[in-house]
Write a protein that binds this ligand. Structure first.
Ligand code: HEM
Length: 414
């Protein structure tokens, strides 16, 4: 990994006002833990006056994050205020998508997409996920170093998305490319890359529009594109809104699950004995998935904007103020998760993690994500294989998508 300059905020003598947790270096060099511990202890609701993203409130405790998410009528998700991440996107860069809408449009569009993640669809997809995962795991080299991110995490989640969309299998890496650009908020902020990013999003819309037209001409087929094509709420969206919703589903389905699959490897490697617990008792798998999601936190934050003067935990918040909800910090809150840094697959309340958010926008794809991770764990256990981390991880340098660029492993037979 390239050497990255240290950032301020880790020492007690640095004033809290000088700490900016949106600084990408905290994530690039995996040094975010102590700085959020300080925020939770000293200023769980903290006003960040200056940042490259402008001023914002940092909400870093579990209870305060839930309190904000529980009041969607005041703390808006609407793209009209700049969107759902710390970066303000306006004009042509501002994409309407249902994660960035409030009631009633949010509920109308969510209702179209939700059935694609219902129990019968999940059961149908489970069969494909199982066979693709088996095929992939069987093809992995044993005893040889390879990059888990590329060979496993990206491949499995991109494949899943191709299944969900009914996207041509041989072109599935298009989805990875669009996902990487779409989820990259540093690229969206940087004048040198924001137009390149925008062009990728336009290319994506053209490609998926062609599929949408194809599905519209046929009876409903159960995949996500078909569900949108045949719905009133999403069958005839303007260009920007189509782009917004396509990229939502792609980033939602790809970057996130991908990073939890890599986080799973990092966590089991850091904490000796946890994989052995799983080997001894497979009924721990569902809880191990929740604990992986808590411990890794694939999306570091979501953002809301106050649409009226209000307050959070005694702090006066003005209409127009931006609130950044740091899930990555709420998931380390010791008042909810004792010994929170520890990865413990038997943790009693691991399911209280905030990685899928909370309230009306809680992740619609949560069950699909859990299914993919479960199948991966099961197939590794069935073959008595363990991915041993053999070198330093390389992390994504930004404060929204929290994840891995590279993770060298060797598969060990046990
Ligand atoms: C480990 C994997 C995943 C994580 C950590 C994750 C995380 C999240 C989070 C934090 C939110 C916003 C919640 C809020 O604002 O309260 C969200 C919403 C959403 N996710 Fe996921 N997600 C994952 C997997 C997926 C998958 C597989 C899909 C399917 C394509 C998906 C699609 C969506 C959509 C469409 C929304 C918007 C829901 C709404 O606004 O009502 N996600 N997800």
């Amino acid at each position: 990994m390239a050497t990255i300059a240290p950032v301020t905020g880790l020492d007690g003598d640095v004033p809290i006002s000088a700490i900016d947790v949106s600084d990408a270096t905290f994530y690039a060099n995996d040094s975010w833990r102590p700085v959020f511990a300080r925020l939770r202890a000293e200023a769980p609701v903290h006003h960040q006056a200056n940042s490259p993203f402008g001023p914002f409130w940092s909400v870093s405790s579990h209870a305060d994050i839930m309190a904000v998410e529980a009041r969607p009528d005041i703390f808006s998700s609407s793209h009209e205020f700049g969107g759902i991440t710390v970066v303000d996107l306006f004009g042509e860069y501002n994409l309407p998508q249902f994660i960035a809408m409030d009631r009633p449009r949010h509920s109308d569009q969510r209702r179209v997409v939700a059935p694609a993640f219902g129990p019968s669809e999940i059961a149908r997809m489970a069969i494909e996920v199982r066979s693709r995962t088996r095929e992939l795991v069987d093809a992995l080299p044993i005893g040889e170093t390879f990059d888990w991110v590329d060979r496993v995490s990206i491949e499995l989640t991109t494949g899943m998305l191709a299944i969900l969309f009914g996207y041509p299998w041989e072109k599935r890496r298009d989805l990875t490319l669009w996902s990487d650009w779409g989820g990259d908020i540093e690229a969206a902020l940087n004048p040198a890359t924001k137009d390149i990013r925008q062009q990728h999003l336009i290319d994506m819309t053209h490609a998926l529009d062609a599929l949408m037209a194809e599905r519209k001409a046929k009876p409903p087929s159960g995949d996500l594109i078909s569900a949108m094509a045949h719905s009133d709420a999403m069958g005839d969206m303007p260009f920007q809104e189509r782009t917004g919703n396509y990229i939502l589903l792609i980033v939602g389905g790809n970057d996130t699950t991908r990073n939890s699959m890599s986080g799973m490897v990092e966590a089991f490697n850091r904490y000796d004995g946890e994989w052995e617990k799983l080997e001894a008792d497979h009924s721990l798998i569902p809880n191990a998935i929740s604990e992986t999601l808590r411990w890794q936190t694939p999306l570091a934050h979501m953002r809301r904007t106050a649409n009226q003067d209000s307050e959070i935990a005694g702090h006066a918040v003005k209409a127009g103020d931006k609130l950044v909800l740091w899930y990555i910090s709420g998931n380390r809150d010791e008042s909810v998760f004792p010994d929170a840094e520890r990865f413990d697959i038997a943790r009693a309340n691991a399911r209280r993690h905030l990685s899928f958010g909370f309230g009306v926008h809680r992740c619609v794809g949560a069950r699909l994500a859990e299914l993919q991770i479960a199948v991966l764990m099961e197939e590794l256990l069935a073959r008595k294989l363990f991915p041993r981390q053999v070198g330093e991880a390389e992390y994504v340098a930004q404060c929204f998508v929290h994840g891995f660029r590279k993770l060298p492993v060797v598969l060990e037979r046990r």
